[in-house]
Write a protein that binds this ligand. Structure first.
Ligand SMILES: Nc1ncnc2c1ncn2[C@@H]1O[C@H](COP(=O)(O)OP(=O)(O)OP(=O)(O)O)[C@@H](O)[C@H]1O
Length: 216
């Protein structure tokens, strides 16, 4: 069983677009079993920082390391550890929900070997299991993105603006699942990273980090 704990270490990470530094001098040690929320006003760099920490965008300065049991993991294997739910990530619209989950689990299995139909029930989308994603409402799509993040066997879970498009019931569903994700019983334990402007999205999170400190 893959229970070894993961740690993400950022040393003096910076990102610039053209000549503008979005953030600079980021030093962080983020460890499994913990949650961290990046806060800051619109355009302050929360999404960019999440993407850099996920290895989805290159940094312009500094060093990022993923450690498992204190040993560095090869950059090419990072993607196996990560799952991201974000408004700017698209789902495959031509697939039905059931087909999407079947496809997804081929490269990223679900926790505890869960079956797609069980997870669709947990997403409260059983009625839409055979509907193509392109016909889903924005809130239904958001539940799917979050569900894939909650239920995949990944060690690093990134949630950018997690309750966007969710109604009150959806927000309660998010809260229930996100708190389970960081419970001590979760295996493998996750590093949970959230980018948010909404206190209700991270009221359970003890580590709230203002990205404005890295504007120079
Ligand atoms: N590909 C890009 N090229 C140039 N500038 C970019 C690019 N992507 C982001 N930026 C700039 O980087 C800055 C940070 O954007 P980012 O989306 O990370 O902010 P954010 O804090 O997540 O904002 P929001 O709360 O509005 O989602 C903004 O000034 C944005 O215009």
């Amino acid at each position: 069983m893959k229970t070894a704990n993961l740690t993400l270490v950022a040393e003096q990470i910076g990102k610039k677009y053209r000549r503008e530094w979005i953030f600079r001098g980021v030093d962080l040690t983020l460890s499994a079993g913990n949650s961290y929320t990046f806060v800051g006003p619109n355009g302050s760099g929360k999404s960019t920082l999440l993407q850099v920490l996920a290895g989805m965008q290159p940094s312009s300065a500094g060093k990022l390391t993923y450690l498992r049991n204190e040993q560095p993991i090869d950059d090419e294997d990072w993607y196996r550890q990560i799952v991201l739910a974000a408004p700017y990530l698209e789902l495959i619209e031509e697939l039905t929900l059931l087909e999407l989950l079947d496809f997804h689990r081929r490269f990223k299995p679900f926790r505890n070997g869960a079956e797609p139909l069980e997870l669709i029930e947990q997403m409260q989308l059983t009625h839409a299991r055979n509907k193509e994603i392109k016909f889903f409402s924005s809130g239904m799509k958001q539940r799917v993105k979050l569900g894939l993040a909650f239920f995949s066997e990944a060690s690093i879970v990134l949630l950018d603006e997690p309750t966007s498009n969710l109604d009150r019931q959806g927000a309660a569903w998010y809260h229930d699942h996100v708190t389970r994700l960081i419970a001590p019983a979760t295996t493998p334990p996750v590093v949970l990273l959230i980018g948010s402007n909404q206190p209700s999205e991270y009221d359970f999170c003890p580590n709230v980090i203002d990205v404005m400190q890295w504007k120079q």
